[in-house]
Write a protein that binds this ligand. Structure first.
Ligand code: GAR
Length: 192
């Protein structure tokens, strides 16, 4: 059985999609732990509900302290794959080095468009609408030292329709994220 560690900062609907995918028997894997970037987020409630061990980072944790604690938890949870599912802290380079090509991220745009610092959550969809794009979507990519710049694994497009708001676009994209992310996880774990 493969181990997955999920990192999250928000409601954790992508975390839930991975839980459901495993519960439905699509992959022989377990989520051995959740790293939450802050307290009181939906993802933590989901970890409790499914008895998934979790660790909450202090909001001001950064630098060597952050990489030490992450590496300690990861050594404990032994991930075959680390999945950033709406995680808003930058992953320290020591962690990326230690888990090279074993960390993936889901981003709510068609990278390389609308990626990089400041582009997260609803900000991405606002920028897409303001730019008058006719399509958007989501991207799963490997994580390297540069924000949202690692190799792209898979994307799914979503049309931007007249009358779409950042919120309606976010909803459409999120729905696709919930399918794309678990499927990419399965592909990676089945090929290793
Ligand atoms: C998702 O839309 C994810 O793509 C985005 O945050 C949301 C988390 O939702 N991630 C980023 O913007 C990363 N740059 P969730 O907590 O419901 O899974």
């Amino acid at each position: 059985m493969k181990n997955i560690v999920v990192f999250a900062s928000g409601s954790g609907s992508n975390f839930q999609a991975i839980i459901d995918f495993i519960e439905n028997g699509h992959i022989d894997a377990q989520i051995s732990g959740l790293i939450a970037s802050r307290p009181n987020i939906g993802a933590i409630d989901r970890a409790y509900k499914y008895n998934i061990p979790h660790f909450v980072l202090a909001t001001d944790q950064s630098g060597a302290g952050l990489s030490d604690i992450l590496i300690k938890k990861l050594n404990e949870w032994k991930p075959d794959l680390i999945v950033l599912a709406g995680f808003l802290k930058k992953i320290p380079s020591e962690v990326i080095e230690e888990y090279r090509n074993k960390i993936i991220n889901i981003h709510p745009s068609l990278l390389p468009k609308f990626g990089g610092k400041g582009f997260y959550g609803i900000n991405v969809h606002k920028a897409v609408i303001e730019a008058g794009e006719q399509e958007s979507g989501c991207t799963v990519h490997y994580v390297n030292e540069q924000y949202d710049k690692g190799d792209i694994i898979k994307q799914k497009k979503v049309p931007v329709l007249e009358g779409d708001t950042p919120e309606s676009l976010a909803q459409k994209v999120l729905k696709e994220e919930h399918k794309l992310l678990p499927n990419v996880i399965a592909e990676i774990l089945n090929n290793n």
